[in-house]
Write a protein that binds this ligand. Structure first.
Ligand code: ADP
Ligand code: MG
Ligand code: ZN
Length: 652
């Protein structure tokens, strides 16, 4: 079995923190930078020219024959040979062999390697001065120095220049910018959302209305001598609308909204988070009345004592301390209110919750049926709905879904209608969207006949027990089309929201969850890996029954669950003997449920076969078809209320 899919958190994100920063280079500085580059370039060229010897009086190139002729004519006064190449000085100018118009007394030529003439004797005969150079002369010291250190020196110069500029530019510069550059992100935002865009959590809105009134007119409140809370902590499951609410408060009060996600503070460089916090508060106070919103506070606000910290959490701690300091350092009379959101209030550092800090806490609950309908209405404002759409009915079929899920649902329905080219969104689009949201998208997967049959029996086991066990949630659908992570799904959906669980109901769920495994065992005599999810559920429920809800007579009416953040270093709040007892009781309950499941399925083997065969033929069956195939009468609505759970069973 799997819980309803985790609500997708697709909130309207607060202002994107990665806004583009305008260039910090002032025009003057830019020019200087380019001049500097140009000079470097010129120096480079000059060195090159020197090395090539350009700029001396021209040397003509002559062919080797011409050279020999010039020697025998007695026109050559001296030569210098470097390996096979010869440069020389003539008495009268000689013409270049390629362009006869260029003449010079300086010439150069190349002696072919295969030449066998006795050049030396010939030169001697014509009284030519003979010099020779090492063909691989050692590079002069200054040159090799320039070559090896030149680039490095250039870099050092460039770096010095840049860092000087950075220092001059101060906070805006490249190197000095870490702590503060993001500060410009704390530009006030003025959200357009209001309380009209939030539904289903009216109590919370009422709580926050006071904050809105205060921000609208801080003076009015001061006059009466009361002080506003500095910090309000919104606590609630993901997707319940905490971020939305915070923005709506700012929107209602028409004040600037400075928002930051605490996870943004968690950065590699120690000290950055703290300086950002300082900056954030400074900016907001300057803009008062204003709201500071710290999202996902638990990212840095985790209790410092609870867990043994591994690795560098200095940054986290410093940031947290800075938040505490800042919150102590101002007075709410300034007109700044800090809102924060978390879904883990239990792990927050107690220091955050002290009076004068986040001393006002507001629980944001998942919406009930009416709330869900209201949320759906908000998110279908801009969707053309067909007359048959009944949002109250949609709300009735979606217990457990939160605001973000419902927004997704409306969107999914609209997309589905658009895909089929319809002019408006019909009830069927909504039902399809519910199925997709609750069961996951269908998946193409080639399964062998043996596998399909096994999955059909597994799901039939879940479904049949869902029908047979009193108090279980009604079975809405069973399918062996792979969806999401699951190979098959049985969807059981409570008739309405349930807020209290009875022991019977917990047992019914466990029996149902074990139905897949029991059916496989009954039919094939073996068990498969397909029941992994189911067993996880069973283990969890059984453990909670024993250790949390006091449903085991042997363990007694005690709650042995430890608070804290589930750290491995946490100590168990009970003895070894109790641990053993808990384990034994958990095991007993699970085994009793499995025995029940196997007994019921054995007794109803023919219905199990019928359901499995029908599934193999039809892939999916809805509630009416399941009842028809099994011949079971629809159960009377369960008397006792129970869980806001949408349970799907999945064979994997
Ligand atoms: P949280 O911060 O609690 O995780 P968000 O505020 O980010 O949830 O909610 C995500 C989106 O879901 C919102 O932007 C909004 O569109 C929708 N939503 C959530 N709760 C509600 C609600 N109570 N009313 C209307 N829309 C909601
Ligand atoms: Mg949020
Ligand atoms: Zn299963």
């Amino acid at each position: 079995m799997a819980q309803a899919p985790p609500p997708a958190n697709t909130g309207q994100k607060s202002s994107n923190p990665q806004q583009k920063r305008p260039s910090t280079l002032a025009p003057m500085r830019t020019t200087r930078f380019w001049v500097m580059l140009a000079i470097l370039f010129a120096v480079n060229l000059l060195v090159g020219q020197l090395l090539l010897g350009v700029g001396q009086s021209p040397t003509v190139t002559i062919s080797y024959n011409t050279f020999l002729t010039q020697v025998s004519d007695g026109n050559v006064s001296s030569i210098t040979s470097t390996g096979e190449s010869i440069t020389g000085v003539a008495k009268k100018p000689v013409a270049d062999s390629s362009s006869t118009s260029t003449t010079s007394t300086k010439f150069q030529t190349q002696r072919p390697a295969f030449a066998t003439d006795d050049l030396e004797t010939m030169l001697q005969q014509h009284n030519v001065v003979i010099n020779a150079k090492d063909p691989n002369p050692p590079t002069p010291l200054w040159l090799s120095l320039l070559f090896s250190f030149g680039p490095a020196i250039a870099f050092v110069l460039l770096f010095l220049y840049l860092s000087r500029r950075a220092a001059a530019a101060g906070a805006g510069g490249i190197l000095g910018s870490f702590g503060q550059s993001r500060a410009r992100l704390y530009d006030a935002e003025r959200p357009a959302v209001t309380f009209d865009d939030v539904a289903g959590i009216d109590e919370v809105k009422a709580d926050l209305q006071e904050v809105v009134d205060f921000l609208r007119d801080p003076k009015k409140y001061q006059r009466l001598g009361g002080t506003m809370p500095k910090g309000v902590l919104l606590i609630g499951a993901p997707g319940t609308g905490k971020t939305l609410l915070a923005r709506a408060v700012a929107g209602e009060a028409k004040v600037p909204f400075f928002s930051v996600a605490a996870s943004e503070f968690v950065e590699a460089i120690v000290g950055v988070g703290a300086s950002r916090v300082r900056d954030l508060f400074a900016k907001a106070r300057a803009a008062a009345p204003a709201i500071i919103f710290i999202d996902e506070l638990d990212a840095i606000g985790r209790s410092r004592a609870a867990a043994l910290r591994i690795g560098g959490n200095d940054e986290q701690e410093q940031t947290l301390n800075q938040i505490l300091t800042e919150m102590d350092g101002f007075d709410s009379r300034e007109g700044v209110i800090v809102l924060a959101a978390t879904n883990r209030a239990d792990v927050l550092d107690p220091a955050l919750l002290r009076p004068g800090r986040f001393d006002r806490r507001v629980q944001v609950q998942p919406p009930d049926r009416r709330g869900r309908a209201a949320i759906l209405r908000i998110h279908t404002r801009n969707i053309p709905l067909a007359p048959d759409v009944d949002l109250d009915q949609v709300a009735g079929q979606t217990p457990g879904l939160v605001g973000a899920d419902l927004r997704n649902l409306a969107n999914e329905a609209a997309l589905g209608a658009a895909r089929s080219g319809a002019a408006n969104v019909t009830m069927k689009d909504f039902l399809d969207a519910i199925e997709k949201t609750l069961l996951g998208a269908e998946r193409k997967l080639m399964l062998s006949d043996i596998d399909r049959e096994r999955i059909a029996y597994h799901e039939s086991g879940h479904a049949l027990l869902g029908l047979l066990v009193p108090g279980a949630d009604p079975v809405k659908k069973v399918t062996i089309i792979p969806r999401g992570q699951a190979l098959g799904v049985t969807l059981q959906s409570p008739i309405d929201d349930r807020f209290n669980y009875g022991e019977d109901y917990m047992r019914a769920r466990m029996v149902g969850a074990l139905g897949g495994r029991a059916a496989e065992h009954l039919v094939y005599g073996v068990v498969t890996t397909g029941a992994e999810n189911d067993l996880q559920q069973v283990t969890r429920i059984a453990h909670e029954m024993v250790a949390r809800w006091g449903m085991s007579p042997k363990v007694g009416p005690l709650n042995y669950t430890a608070d804290g953040d589930g750290s491995v270093f946490q100590q168990r709040p009970y003895s070894e003997a109790t641990a053993q007892l808990i384990d034994d009781e958990v095991r007993r309950i699970a085994e009793e449920c499995l025995a029940d499941a196997e007994k019921l399925l054995t007794e109803h083997r023919s219905q199990l076969d019928a359901l499995a065969h029908s599934l193999l033929k039809n892939d999916s069956l809805d509630e009416a078809e399941i009842l028809k195939v099994t011949g079971i009468k629809p159960a009377a609505a369960p008397a006792a209320p129970a869980a806001p759970v949408t349970q799907t069973s999945a064979a994997r």
